[in-house]
Every structure is written in structure tokens, then in C-alpha cells.
Design a protein around this ligand. Structure first.
Ligand SMILES: *Cc1c(COP(=O)(O)O)cnc(C)c1O
Length: 414
């Protein structure tokens, strides 16, 4: 029997960590109001109430609510005029929607490598990837830290490109004093169950451009126009309107977001100080221009050699045995997901065949070094882990230190 819980020792902790989502009586009250209103879909006042509150929260002029944060990306691309055969620059260290939305719009995702210390798209590598067909850039604010929006906006302006912020990790984060979602042409948010602001499933676009907002709203509403008939359709759209139940939950949840963001930030900053001396565990760097980071995940790098060669997965399992939530990371850079296998995309009969048959990209051969390294070294812990107390942070640090000091016990663990 060893000292580590995974080899039979006593775990650092048995008490559970906070659960997500958090809620109170307020959600029930607003849901009851929706039921009794008889307006469950379409345009219950709760929808515009949330749209106005969220636009204001994001320092943006306008907000359009929709059913998830994947259709919002597709809609943003289509509203910016991205069409089949166009190219859109994306980051490989993200959730699939960042790239699949481009495919769904009929366009071609072009992957640009990330910065080694933030895992955000590397702006210095964007210009080399721009061609005559490039129409837009989708930076992701990975983990909740804004991407380098100053450089990205400069490049976009110079090359006449749209910028769509994928802010699905970053509700409330600030870059140089500006909230994400108000910095690019569009901000795209997700309110799916795990996100920092949630109603189970949902999404929103924010923008300062009334013309883009009109296009997006019309796309989500079957191509209708304001003040025109329900059965009059002017452009090709779809129905992505969110129900009033979801909007009601969002209205209540948004009130709690600032305090939750602050609590997570305080806890994580405390934890970072505690684990600073641990050789081999490096939190992602927060750039000085990030005037307010939020934490959808607390992410960093695990350096295997510094832990006596113990693989990342074994470290994760050992941490879980100590009573700490198990860390995770994406299994592939996005371009290695089977959906992006280009021999498939280039088969006649594939709906994307025409766009991809002459595409200059070859995902099957693509290897972006910093992204590949991120997949190897990266870890994250989910945000609800940081909604509790300072004592919770002490336990996480204690478990990590305990594992670091007893790596000899992990040599034979598979
Ligand atoms: C969650 C997420 C989305 C959208 O997800 P939905 O589940 O469709 O709401 C988009 N981009 C990123 C980076 C995400 O993490």
C-alpha cells in the first residue's frame, strides 16, 4: 500500500466539489410566469428582456438569442456573406463548432497555430494564411482569456476580413477594458449546460452593427423582416428561435454571473500562487492586455518529464483518486477529427466535395507544432471546481504536491 490514494493510501479529500448549474427560487418564479403567459415560443417579453440585458453586459449595441452556440457561428458567417468556396481562418485548439460552422456554411476552415503560452490563435501566423478567398477570422477566447484582439482586428481591417469572436468560453471577459462580444463584428456565445451562463441549451450573437444584426435575426426567423407578415419570407433562413422558458432561466442566471466570475477568479488566482513552485505544472499565461479574464476552465500544461515521465492520463487518474475532479483536454487538434478527413471531403457525393476538391489545404498532412504540443501537454479543470472555498484550493494544491512527491508509486499504473 502506497501513500497515494490510487495505490491504496488515504485520499486528500472525500467531500464533493460544487455542482453546476447553480440555481435558486428565482428561476422557478420566472418559469411559472412564462407558463401562465401562454406565450411559450416566439416573442415572449422575456426574450427581448434577456437580449437587452446581455447586450448591455457585453458592452454591445445588439444581441440576438438563438438555440445554441453552433448555429450562432453559422449564422454569423452567413450574415457576413461567407459563401461556398470561401476560406475562414480558425484555431485548432477549440470545440468542433469553431470549424464545423465554417463547413456548414459551405466554406473551408484554414487552421492557424496557437500561441504556446495562451493556447489562443497566434496573430503573427494569421497573415501568411490569408488568400484571395479568405473572408473571415474566428478567434476563440480559449478558456476565458481573450485572444489578441488588437492584432487580429488590425489584420482584419488591413485585409478586409470579418472577425467573429467565438466567445463560448468567455462570458464577461475583457480585453483592454472592452468586454468580449463587442470587439469583433460579431460575438458568438453558447448557453449550453456546461457554460458559464446557461439555460441548458442556447446561444446568442452580439454586434454593434445594426445591418449585420438584421441579417442574423432574419436568418434565425425563417427569412422574415420586421413589421412584415408571418408568411412573408425574403431570404433563406431557418428557425433557431429560443423558447421563452430558456430565456427566463437566462434572465435569472445573468444576475449571478458577475459574482460567480469574480469568485472563480479569486480562487484560481489563489491556487496559481500555491502551485507556482511545482516544477512541471504551468498555468496558461494571462496577457497584460487582458483586463479581466474569466475561467470557463482553468487550463495549463503538464510536463511529463518533470513528473518522472509519468503520462498525463496517469496523473489525471491519480488526482481523481485523491478526490479532485479529473482534469481533461481535447483529444485532437480540430483538423485531426475524422469529420475533417479530406479524402472523405473530396469524395464525389460528399456535400462539401465542390468546395474542397480544389482547396489548397490538406488537413490529412497538416501538423501545427504548438497545437500538437498543446494536445500532448494541456489539461483543464471545469469552472464549477472553483465556485467553492479557499479550502477547496488548498486541497487541490495538496493533492498535486502529494502526487509530485510520490511519482515512484505511479510507475506501474496503466
Ligand atoms: C460550447 C462551444 C460552442 C458552441 O456549443 P453549443 O453546444 O452548440 O452551444 C462553440 N465554440 C466553443 C469554443 C465552445 O466551447
Amino acid at each position: 500500500m502506497g501513500k497515494l490514494a490510487i495505490t491504496g493510501g488515504k485520499p486528500v479529500r472525500t467531500k464533493p466539489f460544487p455542482k453546476w448549474p447553480c440555481y435558486g427560487k428565482g428561476e422557478n418564479k420566472l418559469l411559472a410566469e412564462v407558463i401562465e403567459s401562454g406565450i411559450w415560443g416566439g416573442y415572449n417579453i422575456k426574450v427581448s428582456e434577456f437580449e437587452n440585458a446581455f447586450a448591455e453586459y457585453c458592452d454591445a449595441k445588439l444581441c440576438i438569442l438563438a438555440v445554441n452556440g453552433t448555429v450562432t457561428l453559422v449564422c454569423a458567417l452567413i450574415s457576413c456573406g461567407v459563401s461556398p468556396g470561401d476560406e475562414v481562418i480558425v484555431t485548432p485548439i477549440s470545440f468542433i463548432s469553431t470549424a464545423s460552422s465554417v463547413l456548414l456554411a459551405g466554406a473551408i476552415p484554414i487552421f492557424v497555430d496557437v500561441e504556446s503560452d495562451t493556447y489562443n490563435i497566434d496573430p503573427d501566423k494569421i497573415e501568411k494564411a490569408i488568400t484571395k478567398r479568405t473572408k473571415a477570422i474566428i478567434p476563440v477566447h480559449f478558456s476565458g482569456q481573450p485572444a489578441n484582439m488588437k492584432k487580429i482586428n488590425e489584420i482584419a481591417k488591413k485585409n478586409n476580413l470579418y472577425v467573429i469572436e467565438d466567445a463560448a468560453h468567455a462570458h464577461g471577459a475583457e480585453w483592454q477594458g472592452k468586454r468580449v462580444g463587442s470587439i469583433g463584428d460579431f460575438g458568438s456565445f453558447s448557453f449550453q449546460n456546461t457554460k458559464l451562463l446557461t439555460c441548458g441549451e442556447g446561444g446568442a450573437l452580439t454586434t454593434n452593427d445594426p445591418d449585420l444584426a438584421d441579417k442574423a435575426r432574419s436568418y434565425f426567423n425563417q427569412g422574415r423582416k420586421p413589421k412584415r407578415g408571418w408568411f412573408e419570407h425574403f431570404t433563406l433562413g431557418t428557425n433557431c428561435r429560443i423558447s421563452a422558458f430558456q430565456a427566463a432561466v437566462l434572465v435569472e442566471q445573468l444576475k449571478k454571473l458577475p459574482e460567480e466570475n469574480e469568485r472563480r477568479k479569486t480562487n484560481i488566482e489563489y491556487l496559481i500562487k500555491k502551485i507556482k513552485g511545482i516544477n512541471g505544472l504551468i498555468p496558461l499565461r494571462i496577457r497584460p492586455e487582458v483586463t479581466y479574464p474569466v475561467y470557463y476552465i482553468f487550463s495549463g500544461k503538464y510536463i511529463q518529464e518533470k513528473f518522472d515521465g509519468i503520462p498525463k492520463e496517469t496523473f489525471f487518474k491519480a488526482l481523481e483518486s485523491e478526490g479532485i475532479p479529473k482534469p481533461e483536454f481535447y483529444p485532437y487538434p480540430l483538423y485531426k477529427n475524422p469529420v475533417l478527413n479530406q479524402s472523405e471531403l473530396r469524395k464525389p457525393g460528399n456535400p462539401l466535395y465542390l468546395a474542397h476538391k480544389d482547396s489548397p489545404t490538406d488537413y490529412d498532412k497538416l501538423s501545427l507544432p504548438e497545437s500538437e504540443r498543446a494536445i500532448k501537454e494541456g489539461f483543464w479543470l471545469a469552472h464549477q471546481t472553483f465556485l467553492g472555498t479557499t479550502k477547496d484550493m488548498d486541497d487541490i494544491a495538496e493533492a498535486i504536491i502529494k502526487i509530485r512527491e510520490n511519482t515512484n508509486e505511479l510507475k506501474n499504473i496503466k
